[in-house]
Design a protein around this ligand. Structure first.
Ligand SMILES: [Zn+2]
Length: 232
């Protein structure tokens, strides 16, 4: 198998089920609508939470994946206490070696939630681990060509994105996918305004991008394009 055989176009990595939906759910829906093969990996099952359970969260995350049109799997990390470790890196790297994504989307690194910080670190390390030879890891070496960060943070910060994806036609699908997590939002009195906040946030980013709705992304390396007109 060639190192450049991509079996997945984009792999989106989150600490918890709902992170990817919140940060880039509309971009995921748009990529799928455009024919891309997209997968989500959650490093933990996201539980315990005040109104959820492992069974409820699994049902909700499966429904959200169905709405978005992606495959999804949940790894063995411990919610609330996720740590960057050789074991966590290896578990994710084996998934990367199996799915062989061309692009990785990973959490924003600066966050108040330590699981999100750890997930960002694990994801970057796993990308590197995934190209190891002479290893006991399953699968064959692969190195995703691009890595971008999406933003689903608990920290109230203003960050300058590298680019904004126009998600004007896919925002409704994102909000529907987030709505699948009833235990986290509609059934949690502390979070009933989150979905409306997600809508307003998308409109704000869209305003900055001169489109109706947008999602921001943050590049780790310079972005190259085929033509300057691709930027239109
Ligand atoms: Zn999270």
């Amino acid at each position: 198998m060639s190192v450049n055989q991509w079996n997945t176009d984009a792999l989106c990595i989150g600490a918890h089920p709902d992170d990817v939906e919140i940060g880039m759910g509309a971009t995921v829906a748009k990529m799928v609508r455009q024919g891309a093969r997209v997968a989500i990996v959650d490093l933990t099952n996201g539980e315990p939470t005040p109104h959820g359970s492992p069974e409820i969260r699994a049902t909700e995350s499966a429904e959200a994946a169905r709405i978005l049109g992606v495959t999804r799997r949940t790894l063995s990390g411990r919610n609330r206490y996720l740590l960057d470790s050789v074991e966590a890196r290896t578990e994710l790297a084996e998934v990367i070696r199996e799915l062989r994504p061309r692009v990785l989307f990973i959490p924003y690194a600066d966050d108040a939630h330590p699981d999100h910080v750890a997930a960002s670190s694990i994801a970057l390390a796993a990308r590197f681990y995934s190209k190891f030879t002479k290893t006991e890891m399953a699968g064959t070496p692969v190195f995703p060509e691009r890595v971008y960060r999406y933003m689903a943070v608990h920290q109230r910060i203003v960050a300058e994105p590298s680019f904004i994806v126009d998600v004007s036609e896919d925002l409704d699908t994102k909000l529907k996918a987030i709505g699948a997590y009833e235990s986290q939002f509609s059934a949690n009195p502390a979070n009933t305004t989150v979905i409306e906040l997600m809508r307003q946030t998308a409109l704000m980013w869209g305003g900055l991008g001169r489109v109706a709705a947008g999602e921001p992304f943050f590049a780790l390396e310079p972005i190259s394009v085929n033509s300057a007109l691709d930027l239109l």
